[in-house]
Design a binder for this molecule. Structure first.
Ligand SMILES: Nc1ncnc2c1ncn2[C@@H]1O[C@H](COP(=O)(O)OP(=O)(O)OP(=O)(O)O)[C@@H](O)[C@H]1O
Ligand SMILES: [Mg+2]
Length: 351
């Protein structure tokens, strides 16, 4: 399959100032996003998933800034636009919503409680697609049906508080879709939605992706929900992508000890009668300079070099790479935990 890049991030650094101190939130991420793919970004709370992607729509908090790198957007034809150089609202208005849309973690904060859902979709349709009156109403109802909201004609007239949590999330996606974006980013809440609803939203995104040839990024802390749905998975740790590969590569052949730990702690993969694995320790404090592999202090098998030098990416396949010294040809052979080696058989047995 021929793949064209729609968004290319090069060595992106993002920093914040907080009470006079500097926090290095994104520590040199590079990523090519392909047109039409669905990428999942997974990682613990605080790993930088939201901060990373907020840079694509210019919604970094005011105390944050891009401290180096480029974000090349190829979606508008001609020369790519470097979003890392965008500063004004005027510049961002060409991108935000109409090229790249982001569905935020908390659907209640992105919906206006005082306006009907139909009105809010209509507003986006008028602004981005020039539709008004009956044409806009028809289109809005079509979009509500597209996002799987039953009885769209009735729902159109309702207010956000009349929607359940899952339906609200769909309404927010409907508003995003009304802008007709090329890239849709869904930043899933860690707690507000249960796993079943997350799975339904993922199915929905898959349908929208097919119907509208969208490129999608789905953000979650739960590797389990993106299994078999995403084309690729990027694993984030401490402001960096530590492993990226196709869904199969990350699930069946993970190479970074952090990915091992994430997979080992999935309840779905737990062995009956055995205590579920949990990652001990806490993520590093990003106010401090990080030396070596950021995961080393929590990695029971860390090598000496892990505490000294930051590992480069080592390619496992043309589509799979991980930032770990374990992939260096000189590294001692360390086997992944048993649960990882068993994943294939556990999963095969259960399906
Ligand atoms: N406005 C801000 N000022 C200072 N630090 C910030 C700011 N916003 C985010 N951070 C820090 O940047 C890091 C990444 O945060 P981010 O919100 O991207 O994490 P996340 O992976 O999205 O987590 P979650 O799963 O909880 O949403 C964290 O250490 C966070 O504390
Ligand atoms: Mg977040």
């Amino acid at each position: 399959m021929e793949q064209t890049v729609i968004l290319s991030v090069h060595d992106l650094h993002v920093k914040f100032t907080l009470r006079g101190k500097v926090l290095h939130a994104i520590r040199g991420i590079s990523l090519d996003l392909y047109r039409g793919e669905s990428l999942a970004i997974v990682g613990e709370s605080g790993s930088g998933k939201s901060v990373f992607t907020k840079n694509f729509i210019g919604l970094l908090d005011k105390n944050g800034w891009v401290d180096g790198g480029a974000i090349l957007y190829y979606g508008m034809g001609g020369e790519p636009a470097d979003l890392a150089q965008y500063h004004t609202e005027k510049e961002w208005s060409r991108i935000r919503g109409r090229e790249i849309a982001m569905v935020m973690q908390d659907p209640m904060t992105s919906l206006n409680p005082l306006k009907t859902v139909g009105w809010q979709i209509g507003e986006a349709l008028e602004l981005h697609q020039g539709l008004k009156g009956e044409a806009a109403r028809q289109k809005a109802i079509e979009i509500l049906a597209d996002v799987g909201i039953p009885e769209p004609e009735r729902r159109y007239k309702q207010y956000p508080h009349e929607f359940s949590g899952g339906m609200r999330q769909r309404a927010v996606i409907a508003i995003a879709m009304a802008c007709n974006p090329k890239i849709l980013i869904c930043d899933e809440p860690t707690t507000a939605l249960d796993v079943t609803i997350q799975a339904q939203i993922l199915d929905l995104i898959k349908e929208l992706k097919e119907k509208y040839s969208l490129t999608t990024i789905y953000i979650t802390h739960d590797l389990g929900v993106v299994a078999n749905v995403a084309d690729r998975i990027a694993v984030m740790y401490a402001g960096d992508i530590v492993e990226i590969g196709t869904c199969d590569e990350v699930f069946y052949d993970p190479r970074h000890p952090y990915t091992w730990a994430l997979l080992s702690s999935l309840p779905q993969l737990g062995v009956k009668g055995e205590e579920l694995y949990s990652i001990h320790g806490t993520p590093p404090n990003l106010f401090n300079t990080i030396r070596g592999d950021a995961f080393a202090p929590r990695n029971p098998n860390a090598l000496k070099i892990d505490f000294k030098h930051r590992p480069p990416y080592f390619a496992v396949s043309p589509t799979h790479k991980a930032r770990t010294w374990l992939l260096d040809p000189r590294a001692p052979r360390i086997e992944p935990p048993t649960v990882i080696r068993n994943i294939r058989s556990v999963r095969e047995k259960r399906t």
